[in-house]
Design a protein around this ligand. Sequence first.
Ligand SMILES: NC(=O)c1ccc[n+]([C@@H]2O[C@H](COP(=O)([O-])OP(=O)(O)OC[C@H]3O[C@@H](n4cnc5c(N)ncnc54)[C@H](O)[C@@H]3O)[C@@H](O)[C@H]2O)c1
Length: 260
Amino acid sequence: MGEFTDLFRLDGRTAFVVGAGSGIGAASARGLADFGAHVVCADLAESHARATARAIEAAGGKADVVRFDVRQASDTQALLDRYGTPDVLVHTPAINVRKPLLSISDEEFDRVVELNLAGTFRLVRGVAAAMADRGSGSIIVFSSMRARVVEPGQGVYAATKAGVVQMLRALAAELAARGVRANAIAPGVVETPLTDQIRADAGWARAYADKNMLRRWARPEEMVGAVVYLASDASSYVTGSLLMADGGWTAADGRFDPPL
Ligand SMILES: NC(=O)c1ccc[n+]([C@@H]2O[C@H](COP(=O)([O-])OP(=O)(O)OC[C@H]3O[C@@H](n4cnc5c(N)ncnc54)[C@H](O)[C@@H]3O)[C@@H](O)[C@H]2O)c1
């Protein structure tokens, strides 16, 4: 056993994974459990969260299931009352209405902001307060490469994704002295239900694959390494960061490959 062998282990720790019923949240929950965490799988779609918990248990891990609406502050309090203060919070729920800004209705704007930004705020405020009282914790929120770069039709979503990064940075600064770390992850394009609309259009799907350096979409499981890293002591000196997991999309402008 080397000095660093257990750096990523999460034995004896509890992780709340909100959005555990699908895509990146489901993969994150399974990954955290594989590293030893007791995972509370929370999702509006309770039956989907249950399927994730069953997969964890089938693999020998520990999991619970909760129906949870991130838009309700009372649900966060109920989660804390039931399971205590977690060591790790992973938060994924977000929606995207892909339309030009001039076509976005007030209702659509409010719906995206209410879940992506206000929902994140309410959940993080509740859990971070409990973590700060105890003096430890790691908060991981899913942003997006759309926090950095946009295209037509991404205006409101991108604003919320940039917003959560700034919110997490402020939280990291406010709570560092109380033992709480807060970081965001920015995926590129990941094969989940959130991007079904894009993959239903072969030209759109191919264009997205070609835009990143790896020239392909990610599987949700490819986000697990980033989550476990930020959840564990491996990232003990990392807070207020935005970890790009975008296949290199935002590192190159992609307009032209010179004939070299
Ligand atoms: N998939 C991608 O290509 C991609 C790219 C960049 C960023 N992201 C970000 O990653 C995160 C996860 O995306 P995903 O693709 O796994 O999404 P997803 O749609 O597959 O899963 C989202 C989950 O959140 C749950 N949910 C929705 N509303 C909820 C609510 N009010 N309360 C509790 N749970 C709720 C859904 O039931 C679902 O299980 C999002 O924040 C998204 O913006 C995804």
